[in-house]
Design a protein around this ligand. Structure first.
Ligand SMILES: C[S@@+](CC[C@H](N)C(=O)[O-])C[C@H]1O[C@@H](n2cnc3c(N)ncnc32)[C@H](O)[C@@H]1O
Length: 307
């Protein structure tokens, strides 16, 4: 029985990193006319009220999307006003961040309070008429919410099934273009092994797809081992076929259970992504960092950048 509900975490630092990368990759797919398939193996509820319910209990969004928003507003004000004599003008926010913030802002309806879009709702913003999406969600309540939100959109299919298993049936897409988001809750320790097994099988079926895997930075050996296991699988894609990025928001404390940050692994990344991430990551670390150990990593088969 699954107990994880993404509403508790909606809009946190992990969502910010994951959703920025997701938007970039979906936009890249839309630069060609040919339709694509989006698969969300672990879709969640699709959208989250921030001022009420689970999201209002720990308000994780306050240290995530809210902080980034405030940082953006301060930067905008600073670049609009007269700079202090002798100081350089602050750099404007990269367009990928302003676009993301605008989508989040527009997602809330004044009469319904603040809302945050989950990965399915963000995909819905990017997808065109001919693109298709399959959303998998196992939790009974979140599946019901997801179904209610997306079953009337003809581009979407909502399944109450195991996303790891479904990949076998869904890949390769008929159009041979696709993005697969693998975003488990890691509530079950076997999720780590399931990712590697599912990816191995998926690459055999569809080795040109874009695969995004979100993972937590935890004091847990399985979490520490995951990037190397995925990188080993991705080695068949060549040195441009794998990108790993991590956003550390604070120091980790040995033995703790909480996340010190999170990472994304991207297989077959759009060629533009590395440069975009080089612009985004220092801003995320500055905006969301909680102590002097906040920072980021960006590594491909060829290069490694970090701060
Ligand atoms: C981290 S949340 C997803 C968040 C969502 N991708 C987003 O970014 O908005 C993970 C979800 O996966 C669901 N889940 C767990 N194991 C699953 C499985 N094997 N197949 C499908 N869904 C699963 C959980 O119930 C939870 O809602």
């Amino acid at each position: 029985m699954l107990s994880y509900r993404h509403a508790f975490h909606a809009g946190n630092h992990g969502d910010v990193l994951k959703h920025l990368v997701l938007l970039e990759c979906l936009d890249h797919l839309a630069t060609k006319d040919k339709p694509y398939l989006y698969v969300d193996t672990h879709a969640g509820a699709g959208a989250y009220a921030l001022d009420s319910g689970y999201a209002a209990m720990n308000c994780e969004w306050a240290a995530g999307i809210d902080k980034l928003n405030a940082y953006g507003t301060r930067l905008e004000a600073a670049s609009a006003g007269p700079g202090a004599p002798g100081t350089a003008e602050p750099a404007p926010l990269p367009s990928s961040i302003t676009r993301y913030l605008k989508i989040i802002q527009d997602f809330s309806v004044p009469e319904a309070g603040s809302w945050y879009p989950g990965s399915p709702a963000l995909a819905a913003q990017c997808m065109r008429r001919g693109d298709r999406a399959v959303l998998c969600e196992l939790h009974v309540s979140d599946h019901a919410l997801l179904d209610e939100r997306f079953s009337t959109d003809r581009r979407f299919k909502v399944l109450k099934s195991d996303g790891f298993v479904q990949l076998k049936a869904l890949l390769p897409p008929t159009t041979r273009r696709g993005l697969i988001l693998i975003d488990p809750s890691y509530e079950l320790v076997q999720d780590y092994d399931s990712i590697v097994a599912a990816l191995k099988d998926a690459l055999g079926r569809f080795h040109t797809g874009i695969y995004l895997i979100w993972y937590p930075l935890l004091e847990r050996q399985e979490a520490k081992d995951l990037p190397a296991a995925v990188a080993a699988l991705a080695s068949q894609l060549g040195e441009d076929g794998f990108l790993r990025t991590e956003l550390r928001i604070r120091s980790s404390v040995p033995g703790e259970r909480g996340m010190a940050g999170s990472g994304m692994m991207i297989l077959n990344p759009p060629w533009t992504l590395i440069k975009t991430l080089q612009g985004i990551l220092p801003i995320l670390a500055a905006a969301l960092g909680q102590d002097g150990n906040a920072g980021w990593t960006l590594a491909s088969g060829k290069q490694c950048f970090l701060q």
